[in-house]
Design a protein around this ligand. Structure first.
Ligand SMILES: Nc1ncnc2c1ncn2[C@@H]1O[C@H](COP(=O)(O)OP(=O)(O)O)[C@@H](O)[C@H]1O
Ligand SMILES: [Mg+2]
Length: 150
């Protein structure tokens, strides 16, 4: 597990930008934390960095459940808050996303057993005026991502 304190929104954005180039095809990054902790802020900054478009519109996938970005590799931004049943992920193309792209998942808890075993989980928790961020996952991927946490 790696952790850091993020003093403000800029620090959340900076971490997302630092992690962005380190992600690879097949990575599944679950963003967990209560409402208002910065999951969407983090996802937006990471998507903009990967797409190399600082002003890119990043709509919330609250209703569509998934937004696709045609990057190399492709990016899939999921928000599972409104998922009625984890099996719905099959119709959303979750398997393909995991295989050929990078997946970011808000409200991953709603995905139940459908999340892969090698998921990376980034959690955001309130701490004073800022956030405590923790990254958990397989040792090998964590080691590769460690540089973003310095
Ligand atoms: N490290 C941080 N410290 C304090 N506030 C933050 C930090 N990161 C993000 N925020 C703020 O918290 C709010 C997060 O909103 P949002 O990203 O929509 O959260 P979520 O998607 O988790 O509900 C925004 O107002 C943002 O400015
Ligand atoms: Mg959100």
């Amino acid at each position: 597990m790696m952790e850091r304190f993020l003093a403000d929104e800029d620090a959340t954005v900076a971490l997302a930008r630092a992690l962005a180039p380190l992600l690879q095809t097949g990575d599944c990054l679950a963003l967990s934390g209560d409402l208002g902790m910065g999951k969407s802020t983090f996802a937006r900054a990471l998507i903009r960095a990967r797409m190399e478009e600082p002003e890119l519109e990043v709509p919330s996938p609250t209703f569509t459940l998934v937004q696709f970005y045609d990057g190399a590799p492709p990016l899939y931004h999921f928000d599972l808050y409104r998922l009625a049943d984890p099996d719905e992920l099959i119709e959303l193309g979750f398997d393909e996303a995991l295989e050929d792209g990078i997946s970011l998942i808000e409200w991953p808890e709603r995905g139940g057993d459908m999340l892969p075993d090698d998921v990376l989980t980034l959690s955001l928790e309130e701490e004073g005026d800022g956030r405590r961020v923790r990254l958990r996952g397989g040792q090998e991927r964590l080691a590769a991502l460690a540089v973003a946490f310095i």
